[in-house]
Design a protein around this ligand. Structure first.
Ligand code: DP6
Length: 341
């Protein structure tokens, strides 16, 4: 071993992302059943720092992990699995001890999934370490691949703006990492807003990991894969031509299909709450009456992401404040948007 640097410190930020076409179902290791498309957020971030130094014992990496300055044994188990998966991509890891510290910029109790921001921040921090230790840079593809090995959706968070993950014949894309599609997106979507309505901040009863597993024997598995791949092509077209109407149609259909898949799994389950449905109904009525291109998407939980152009921000925020915040837990909503690229 002859590494340039034997100790050092790196710091990174990884954003959360919101999928418009959803990743749901996977093969080993975190390879998606279908293509997905998302945008990275601007304010919902994980901050990560790593202090590292070389170990005396060779061939044995070690680490400590603190979240908000406190130990998190559950995440430590997942991290160990993550390091075992990436050791072939970053073989120098074996010779170092890492003290990792993380915190999120969004409220702890918001119920926002943080695996995408956590693993993208980690992948970016590890890529900085790679530069310091070897003197060479990792490609954006490898950084995205490292994040994917932590959490599938995290591979779409290592690039800013719009991302595509998963192989389709019509595009130079890949199952192993996400690619940026910013230069294929019309300027109408350059500054898309995402206001996240916190309907419940409770930990969900069924994790995404279990949800993905239930897709293996799902009665609609093949139909879902076709639907998502077709929706990806339609979405790429809508993004290219600045077509908000088609964009919102796909976004809402994908969100409700995801929840339909959960309801029709064996066993079936529901994550949407009555308030989620009340909000959806009001958004659709508001769109109809105002003619403003505003719609929603939903991840694996009850919270509703309201998506709309920045040019309509004033009217939509007024609508949210007066009509929708009453359905949120403690009237909480988080104002975010696409990360600038
Ligand atoms: C519903 O990326 O959290 O948010 O790969 O098991 O870590 P793992 O799953 P995860 O799944 C997220 C799925 C989703 C949709 C999406 O982001 O595409």
């Amino acid at each position: 071993m002859d590494y340039k640097q034997k100790e050092g410190k790196v710091f990174s930020q990884g954003p959360s992302n919101i999928a418009i076409v959803k990743y749901w179902g996977k093969k080993e290791v975190q390879l998606p059943f279908n293509t997905s498309v998302s945008f990275s957020l601007d304010k919902c971030l994980t901050n990560t720092s790593i202090n590292y130094y070389s170990c005396k014992k060779l061939d044995e990496y070690s680490f400590s992990f603190l979240f908000d300055d406190k130990p998190n044994p559950n995440f430590e188990i997942k991290l160990k699995q993550f390091f075992n998966r990436i050791i072939d991509l970053l073989p120098w890891l074996k010779h170092f001890h890492l003290d990792i510290k993380s915190s999120n910029t969004f409220p702890h109790s918001s119920g926002i999934a943080s695996s995408a921001s956590s693993y993208s921040a980690l992948a970016i921090a590890l890529s900085e370490m790679h530069v310091q230790i070897t003197g060479e840079s990792l490609s954006p593809e490898i950084i995205s691949e490292i994040a994917r090995l932590g959490s599938g959706s995290a591979c779409r968070s290592t690039h800013k703006g719009w991302n595509l993950w998963g192989k389709i014949n019509e595009h130079e894309s890949n199952d192993r990492y996400a690619v940026s599609i910013n230069n294929e997106v019309h300027e109408a979507f350059n500054n898309i807003q995402d206001t996240i309505l916190i309907v419940s901040n409770k930990q969900k009863e069924i994790s995404s990991t279990v949800g993905h597993q239930l897709m293996n024997n799902h009665p609609y598995k093949e139909a879902r894969i076709n639907q998502a791949n077709n929706n990806t092509l339609l979405l790429l077209n809508a993004l290219k031509h600045g077509n908000w109407e088609l964009f919102l149609e796909i976004a809402e259909s994908e969100a409700l299909s995801l929840h339909g898949l959960m309801m029709s799994s064996k066993p079936g389950y529901t994550l949407l709450l009555p308030e989620s449905l009340q909000i959806i109904t009001k958004i659709r009525a508001f769109r109809e009456s105002s003619k403003i291109p505003v719609g929603f998407t939903i991840d694996a939980g009850p919270n509703i992401h309201i998506i709309y152009p920045d040019t309509n921000k004033k009217e939509v925020l007024e609508f949210i404040e007066t009509e929708l915040s009453i359905h949120c837990q403690d009237k909480l909503y988080i104002q975010d948007k696409i990360s600038s690229f």
